[in-house]
Design a protein around this ligand. Structure first.
Ligand code: ADP
Ligand code: MG
Length: 349
């Protein structure tokens, strides 16, 4: 439905977006995930038509939208700060855009009621928005975006101003709403938990480019670069050099490693790579011989229900594993990491 093609944007000759491409299909929720300042909001404004790209196109069903102004694109936007009219009622806020479209009174009433129903706010129509809580205001903002029956919904960190419990609840409601609707959506956030919860597909933005994209479980299972791995919360990264590519063996400052997986197709010998050691792949052992071994001192232990999260310091570098038994802080620990839990990534930052 929507195709974003090679979008380039710079501010004061500082490049921000360096050729961003991705698409959104019918009924799909695509999540743009990137650090604060990575240009997510700018990209949304470009798609909405609120800002012009320096280069590249935004297409809707193959049609270039360059000449189509904001209001005629029929895209709905929901922002972090709600952007409601403070002294108007809930119904007035939702109906504003519909009146601008010149719809008939009865149609407007019907649409407002339907939108309020969708966000579970039926009984709030006559309330002033200033009398509502943050979560309720964000529901109104969502209803306002839904009421004109947009072709595309766009969310810019919509839950950023809410506390954790409310965020979880609204995220859940929003996910159900988007799953039950055919409306394609773009959801922008810097929060990976939020992104995992809502996205059919993730698009990771880094230094103005799409670093990686795919369904959340796929991206999480196979980050393709050290940056992506770190951004997703992995910390067990180990630089090294390939000594053999088939089977894959890597020499590192912490010994020799057998890697069961790689995100690269060609891995010549001597190539500098980074190994990602998955947190669930380690077992405590007593035998210090062989490969895939880490010996270090336990720094902290945290009971996490599904296991103990153990931080281990190995020659000055911290590693984190989830183990199914308790270890005391200060204890020396030898861990063997299964090759299947070792993913070989390209080098880079
Ligand atoms: P994000 O939403 O990912 O946090 P933004 O798109 O808001 O990122 O902005 C990224 C950077 O682009 C900002 O740090 C800012 O320096 C710059 N920027 C955004 N909009 C403008 C503007 N209108 N004029 C100048 N610089 C801007
Ligand atoms: Mg932003």
């Amino acid at each position: 439905m929507l195709e974003v093609r090679e979008i380039v944007k710079a501010y004061e000759s500082q490049p921000l977006l360096r050729g961003i491409s991705f698409s959104v299909s019918m009924g799909e929720t695509v999540c743009l995930l990137g650090a604060s300042g990575s240009g997510k909001s700018t990209l949304l404004r470009i798609i909405a038509g609120l800002e012009q790209p320096d280069d590249g196109q935004v297409l809707w069903q193959g049609e270039d939208l360059a000449a189509i102004p904001v209001h005629r694109r029929q895209f709905g936007l929901v922002f972090q700060d709600y952007a409601l009219f403070p002294h108007r009622s809930v119904a007035e806020n939702i109906s504003f855009g519909l009146r601008m479209q010149g719809l008939a009174r009865e149609v407007i009433q019907e649409r407002v009621a339907a939108a309020l129903e969708q966000v579970n706010m039926k009984s709030f129509a006559a309330r002033r928005v200033t009398d509502l809580s943050g979560g309720e205001q964000q529901r109104v903002a969502l209803a306002r975006a839904l009421a004109p029956r947009p072709k595309l919904l766009m969310f810019d960190e919509p839950l950023g101003a809410l506390d954790k419990a409310l965020r979880t609840q609204l995220l859940d409601e929003l996910r159900k709403l988007l799953q039950n609707s055919e409306i394609p959506a773009i959801y922008v956030t810097h929060d990976q938990e939020e992104a995992f919860a809502i996205a059919d597909r993730l698009v990771l933005l880094h230094e103005g480019c799409v670093e990686q994209e795919g369904p959340p479980p796929e991206v999480y299972a196979r980050p393709t670069s050290p940056w992506a791995a770190r951004f997703l919360g992995f910390i067990n990264l180990l630089p090294g050099k390939v000594v053999s590519s088939n089977p894959l063996r890597v020499e590192t400052a912490l010994g020799c490693w057998w890697a069961g997986n790689s995100t690269m197709c060609h891995i010549p010998a001597e190539k500098p790579v980074t190994l990602l050691l998955k947190p669930y792949g380690a077992l405590p052992v007593t035998d210090r011989s062989g490969h895939n071994l880490l010996e270090g001192v336990v720094q902290s232990v945290l009971f996490r229900g599904e296991g103990f999260r153990v931080d281990v310091l190995v020659q000055g570098q911290e590693f984190q594993f989830v183990l199914n038994q308790y270890f005391a802080v200060g204890q020396t620990l030898v861990l063997k990491v299964a090759p299947e839990a070792v993913l070989c990534l390209g080098e880079g930052n």
